[in-house]
Design a protein around this ligand. Structure first.
Ligand code: HEC
Ligand code: HEC
Length: 232
């Protein structure tokens, strides 16, 4: 019994997380060696359409202003698709009998990290804070909107559904799914991005709809409601 206990202690000790400073340092080295071939870690964002279409993964040089760290750490260990037709849908569709179909064979699974690396990489990503001037901390004020009203705004009033899925298999394919976005991204980032997508990513084809401040808040309420519905 006693020896079992000490064995468990040794195991716990071996599995202990590295110190935060060390983790951050290791994480940055991993980012550079394993991730920089597909992700831009230093900026700037693409300045031409050719660069935009050739982009192999989302820009990460403002990751600390964009992602929720608890989501990052989980997703890096268990990545699943966020953009149904990849980074640039034009590169991943093929003609179908009635409309274009996603050519799944061209979409590769994302590299997967173990728990310690995911923690270290997350810590490193959260230090990348370009474009902080676009974030107004605490701007999002939690509130509620019914899914029905949110659907109406997202589809009929603003035409966002043409590019974004609001549930698996329902909605446009050229943008990221929005039913998980509130779990993935920081609320103040969501507001800032929807206010002016091109301030973050100058050549991105999401239109600036000049949404009112009130509507920016309502869209985040809506995404939060969708994320709750989608939660396992
Ligand atoms: C072969 C290219 C490639 C490599 C290597 C790669 N990624 Fe990615 N990454 C992608 C693509 C493509 C996506 C978009 C996936 C999607 O939308 O389904 C992505 C998405 C992500 C996302 C989600 C971002 C968002 O805004 O949706 C994170 C975080 C991420 N990668 C981190 C990493 C890290 C950390 C590494 C290194 C350990 C890495 N990636 C290595 C191609 C790559
Ligand atoms: C013409 C297509 C298009 C339309 C219409 C559109 N979007 Fe987007 N949206 C995009 C693209 C493309 C991105 C960014 C893709 C990326 O980062 O890979 C994006 C990103 C977003 C994001 C950030 C998501 C993420 O995971 O990074 C949100 C939130 C968003 N859009 C909300 C909206 C809302 C609200 C509307 C309607 C007012 C709208 N979009 C209309 C194409 C569109």
């Amino acid at each position: 019994m006693k020896s079992l206990f000490s064995l468990a202690c040794i195991a716990l000790f071996l599995a202990a997380p590295p110190s935060p400073a060390l983790a951050g340092g290791d994480g940055m080295a991993l980012l550079k060696s394993e991730c920089s071939a597909c992700h831009n870690l230093t900026g700037p964002a693409p300045t031409t359409l050719a660069e935009l279409w050739a982009r192999k993964g989302p820009d990460l040089f403002y990751a600390g202003n964009k992602y929720r760290p608890e989501w990052l750490e989980q997703w890096l260990q268990n990545p699943r698709r966020i953009r149904p037709a990849g980074m640039f849908y034009g590169n991943h569709i093929k003609p179908g009998p009635e409309h274009d179909l996603i050519d799944k064979s061209t979409l590769k699974p994302h590299p997967r990290l173990g728990p310690a690396d995911a923690r270290a990489v997350t810590a490193a990503l959260m230090t990348l804070k370009a474009k902080s001037e676009l974030i107004r901390p605490g701007e999002y004020k939690p509130g509620r909107i019914s899914i029905a009203m949110g659907d109406l705004m997202f589809d009929k009033f603003r035409g966002c559904l043409a590019c974004h899925e609001i549930e698996p298999g329902y909605g446009g394919l050229s943008g990221p799914e929005v039913y998980t976005v509130a779990r993935r991204l920081q609320a103040d980032y969501l507001i800032s991005y929807m206010r002016n997508p091109q301030a973050w990513d100058p050549r991105i084809f999401m239109p600036n709809k000049h949404l009112k401040e009130r509507d920016l808040q309502k869209f985040v309420h809506y995404f939060r409601a969708l994320s709750e519905e989608d939660a396992p």
